[in-house]
Design a binder for this molecule. Structure first.
Ligand SMILES: C[S@@+](CC[C@H](N)C(=O)[O-])C[C@H]1O[C@@H](n2cnc3c(N)ncnc32)[C@H](O)[C@@H]1O
Length: 243
């Protein structure tokens, strides 16, 4: 279930990416291949323990509002599964039976997910449905087509086409389901494009709402009571919920 780089290139072709888009994605993968072994420590470094807990609690509370005993959950650009695992554990503590799947484009991140016993799916966030189809056919697995909750943490600002990612999330969301996104608010630190491979310098709440309202009927975006520390730079976080 963990592709080699040549399989990744083959999948990107199957997904219809032209050479220049595929190369942009490969650049992201190469960066995150380097980050994968330290991803958990990087998250702990960016966020204090109470911030991590707040993020997990906020996501879990949103999922509990669905009022379901069984949840199919998909984490998009899940990375090492740091948050995926904590969200799963907390839902189970709240007596929700949860089937968890995690999609990421970087093979070494998928390895970490597998070690955490979370089903890894190689895929591109802009084409979730198509990526799941490829994974199911190629690895003879049975990942569902639709989910009750689609979550994503600290990733929206990395995507080349965030609006496309939201559309792609909608494609795999059940009628009654919801998308929950936690990510960084707009900031002015251009250097993060170089040092952290950020594509966008975060988003304002207005930008997030505008993007969401083109795709979803219900759109909420709020400041969170947590922040991210990158060295001595402090960046705020938001939570967006789309249904
Ligand atoms: C900053 S990390 C966030 C990881 C995790 N969600 C967390 O909170 O620790 C961004 C992740 O996005 C993945 N990624 C970047 N572009 C992607 C894309 N187009 N499709 C799927 N995954 C992508 C990277 O491989 C990386 O694991």
């Amino acid at each position: 279930m963990i592709p080699s780089m040549s399989e990744v290139k083959e999948f990107l072709k199957k997904l219809g990416f032209d050479e220049s888009s595929a190369n942009e994605l490969i650049e992201q993968i190469e960066y995150f291949e380097g980050e994968a072994p330290q991803r958990d420590d990087i998250v702990r470094d960016y966020l204090r323990e109470e911030c991590i807990e707040t993020i997990v609690d906020d996501i879990v509370e949103e999922i509990l509002k669905l009022n379901k005993e069984n949840i199919k959950l998909l984490d998009i650009a899940a990375g090492s599964g740091f948050f995926t695992e904590r969200v799963k554990r907390k839902l189970e503590e709240r007596r929700v039976k949860v089937d968890v799947y995690a999609l990421d484009i970087t093979p070494s991140m998928l390895k970490r997910l597998k070690e955490r016993k979370i089903t890894p799916i190689w895929g591109v966030a802009e084409k979730i449905k198509e990526s799941i189809k490829i994974a199911n056919e190629y690895y003879n697995i049975n990942v569902p087509e639709k989910f009750d909750a689609v979550i994503s943490t600290l990733a929206l600002h990395h995507f080349l086409k965030p609006e496309k990612v939201l559309e792609s999330m909608k494609d795999v969301l059940k009628e009654s389901g919801k998308v929950i996104i936690v990510d960084v608010l707009k900031h002015e630190h251009e250097e993060f494009k170089e040092t952290l491979k950020d594509t966008h310098l975060g988003f304002t709440l207005e930008e997030v709402k505008e993007m969401g309202s083109k795709i979803f009927k219900e759109v909420k975006a709020n400041y969170m009571d947590v922040y991210c520390e990158v060295g001595d730079i402090i960046v705020g976080l938001y939570k967006a919920v789309f249904a």
